[in-house]
Write a protein that binds this ligand. Sequence first.
Ligand SMILES: *Cc1c(COP(=O)(O)O)cnc(C)c1O
Length: 235
Amino acid sequence: MSKQNTDIIADSPASETGAETALKQVHHNIAKQAKLAGRSHDEITLIAVSKTRAQEQIAPLIAAGHRHFGENRVQEAQDKWPELRGQEPDIILHMIGQLQSNKAADAVALFDMIHSVDRLSLIKALGKAIADQNRKVDCLLQVNVGDESQKGGCAINDIAALLDAAKEHGVPVTGLMCIPPADIEAAPFFALLDKLCREAGLPERSMGMSSDYGVATALGATMVRVGSALFGPRE
Ligand SMILES: *Cc1c(COP(=O)(O)O)cnc(C)c1O
């Protein structure tokens, strides 16, 4: 691992410095990695993962001008976000957790982007909800890059068929998302997702979390999903 990436991982937790300071630090790290990779900072969207965080913890980031937030549960997001959005209508909300087909309509009503599309039944439910509600919700296919049985995401071999199904059912898919296996180096999985995106002609790559968003940035991420580096450790 490069010195720069080690520096990122060693950053002090957000709880010591406040969410706004942490936000600046994360942006600084993304900019540094982007520059090293010959990319522009503007190519990378930072999604603040606010799952389990209370409205009072989220509000300072909104006040600091941050707009992209990620949640992993429909119910929790329904409880938290309508009020925050009432104060700041430009919020862009990302669904990053596993999604049940019977929650597809609720997800389409609330979220601007869904990162976790991974099977035909969900594509059908999303297509119906998008048509019923006449809403534009961009979607990503989640790919189970480590072939782990407990994780969501489609098999690499199913990507092409699911992209065809998404087209057929009116679900706009703009890219791929992955959560690599824990405890082993993530870089090869990020490189793989980047390659799969290029092969499929898809522009968006949602990859990288608090421990590895720098590496993901260097390897082509267009969206990084960062929680604990911004808000401190989760309970
Ligand atoms: C929780 C979560 C994150 C953020 O994790 P951190 O390690 O806190 O940055 C990113 N992506 C997904 C899908 C998550 O569920």
